[in-house]
Design a protein around this ligand. Structure first.
Ligand code: PLP
Length: 285
């Protein structure tokens, strides 16, 4: 495996960052994850736009132009010979003596790119069975719209899910409403067929898969309501699912051990999964 680290390609098992990298010491870095279909980046525009937004919100410079970055991402994918998988990009404020305040503006941003292969046969089998989720109190900061590497609450939540045999954890805010998953956006399909997902604000990530799926739902003429739901509403719903670059569109069959609807994989969620994959494959670059 090959990694791209600070303008060099290195063997993945020998790739290192400096001990005073601010991403390492202060989580002063952001990331993006593209899903790869046939060696190409899915939803390119959405991920680049969010990358630029995350960086600008944190006042970190784009490390290179979008065109140059696309070339480096694609070259890293090529060197890894991965066709189906995920590409991870991290951009940080760079290396500087430890101080909470920003270093000199000339400090070059840190860049890391890694590529991981995915077994699509295994992930399709997982999707066909559906996954369970647990719920956990929302305990993250107020800017979850910025895709920072500060993922400790997400890591804690995901571990709690794993210990309870679930694939994802849904954060629940103080109003009792689901915000999003530890690494995905959360959706339900109400008894009347309305597709529901929380509107985006500073409390959740503006999922790129979420956005593409909203466009698909519009094309399909389905009714969408951008309104949050409770875990009880999810259990009473006809179907539930999650979206993300890793999950794509993944049916949820249980919430905290209680079945969603009749407890089987939802046909609409599976249909939306195949529509999303078809569209992502066709528009990948
Ligand atoms: N919410 C969180 C907290 C995430 O980490 C992710 C990342 O996958 C998502 C939502 C889904 O976003 P996207 O569809 O852009 O991958």
């Amino acid at each position: 495996r090959i990694a791209y680290v600070n303008r060099r390609f290195s063997r993945h098992d020998q790739a290192v960052v400096h001990i005073e990298d601010r991403g390492y010491q202060l989580a002063d870095a952001i990331y993006e994850v593209w899903s790869l279909f046939d060696g190409k980046l899915a939803d390119p525009e959405g991920h680049f736009a969010r990358l630029e937004r995350s960086l600008s919100e944190l006042k970190i410079a784009m490390p290179m132009s979008r065109a140059a970055l696309t070339m480096v991402l694609k070259e890293t994918v090529r060197q890894n010979r991965v066709r189906e998988g995920l590409v991870y990009l991290q951009v940080g404020r760079g290396v500087a003596p430890r101080d909470h305040a920003f270093p000199h503006p000339d400090t070059p941003p840190s860049i890391v790119i890694t590529v991981k292969a995915i077994d699509r046969v295994a992930t399709e089998a997982k999707a066909a069975k559906g996954v369970s989720v647990i719920t956990t109190p929302e305990n993250r900061w107020g800017r979850c719209d910025i895709k920072t590497v500060g993922l400790l609450p997400n890591a804690m939540a995901k571990q709690a899910a794993k210990e309870r045999g679930a694939a994802e954890a849904w954060f629940v805010d103080e109003m009792g409403l689901v915000t999003e998953g530890a690494s995905s956006n959360a959706w339900i399909i109400d008894a009347d067929g309305t597709v529901r997902t929380r509107a985006t604000n500073a409390n959740i990530l503006r999922g790129v898969t979420r956005y593409s799926l909203l466009e698909i739902l519009k094309e399909q003429g389905m009714t969408v309501d951008e309104r949050p739901f409770t875990p009880d509403e999810a259990r009473a719903a006809r179907e539930a699912f999650i979206t993300g670059a890793g999950a794509l569109v993944l049916p949820v069959v249980a919430v905290d051990g209680h079945p969603v609807g009749d407890g089987t994989v939802g046909p609409v969620a599976m249909k939306l999964r195949s529509l999303y994959i078809e569209r992502a494959r066709a528009t990948a670059i």
